[in-house]
Design a protein around this ligand. Sequence first.
Ligand code: PLP
Length: 455
Amino acid sequence: STVPVRNYDIPELRRLDVAHHLPAQTDYGLQQRNGGSKIITRADGCTIWDGEGKPYLDGMAGLWCVAVGYGREELAKAAYEQMLELPYYNTFFKTATPPAVKLAAKIAELAGGNLSHVFFNSSGSEANDTVFRMVRHYWTLKGQPQRSIFISRWNAYHGTGVAGVSLGGMKAMHAQGGLPIPGVEHVMQPYKMNEGLPGESDADFCARAAQAIEDRILEVGPENVAAFIGEPVQGAGGVIIPPEGYWQKVEAICRKYGILLVCDEVITGFGRTGNWFGFQHYGLKPDMIAMAKGLSSGYLPISAVAVSSEIVEVLRAGGDFVHGFTYSGHPTACAVALANIAIFEREHLVERTRDDTGPYLAKALQRLADHPLVGQVRSLGLLGAVEIVSKRGTNERFGGKEGTAGPMVRDACIERGLMVRGIRDTIVMCPPLIITHEEIDRIVSIIGAALDACE
Ligand code: PLP
């Protein structure tokens, strides 16, 4: 391994963390009571280490992003070489850079079909800001400015900017900052375990979840609806894998009313489902997709929006699109993304996820299905979830209170050297795509031990 091992003054770093640092998505009172955040100092492969030298198997690939694993020297070299040649230049002044142009072409090739053009940003949240403005601009150019409404699902996560929080369906996020902004309609999730009716079949549930979208479109007037946006598999909502046929129905509804279909592939892009993109798993033809995370495996911040050639034709006739970031097409981030995609191709990470590690994870999770606290296990590719209940065979929430089980079992996993997330009553996992069978077995056995400890 080429990963340096340095000694840090951890107590001092934790003191500074409390004194000066506001980490993301954090209870700042708790941060202070805990005496600071857990300091992570290095990582290699699928393992991260904290400041005390304790290793953790990273079952979350950082935050759903480190697809090629940690310690990739060639990504560091790609950044180094690009920084020496041209660390930064923008795309505002009728300019572009070699890495930005090459990466746009590469993404268009991987997305295939109609998604011919790519707009760059630095984060998933910014990508969805771009989606929001580009979709509305498109409809205005088409002479239908009243088509401004987005349809989204509850518990969707589309980022933390004003557009992303509004498009997203996280009520706790809406409650802070007076969101959503007008023009976003939320409908039910395709989450049968929570929203299924007693005795309802999968097919009936699927039809009802899709019908909820059509009903809302008719309620607000199809002529006013700009786009439907959804994650092919909801990630931060708890790894919600929709029932068979759901996406085909959603796509048909969008086509019926001439509504754009936007897939947020920030988590599902770059191999996660065993395809380059989640929409390909479901055989969809979206008009626009957002991607980030796996695009650079998180080594540098970069995101992209791929757009259909029909939309590009309309934009081309419309003069300036007055939108873009200082770091749109950042050459160093693009160079790292290109090197990252080269690793994917050389190591066949997408095929491996589809044919080998994805099925292996699905089978390994079955070992937890009989646990007295497990209500359901589910996975697609290398996205997995274990849903915790108070008693197997029931839908009753652990401790009689929704949302207590996830954090409790997560903490028991972390104690045992496994990083996973607890989302309400679900343990979710999203390991690096380089994960081995042995490491998958370890993830499953640690979750099993954590569940035993919480019983
Ligand atoms: N969209 C989805 C589906 C996500 O999962 C995320 C982040 O988790 C985002 C958007 C926002 O991305 P970022 O945190 O890079 O702004």
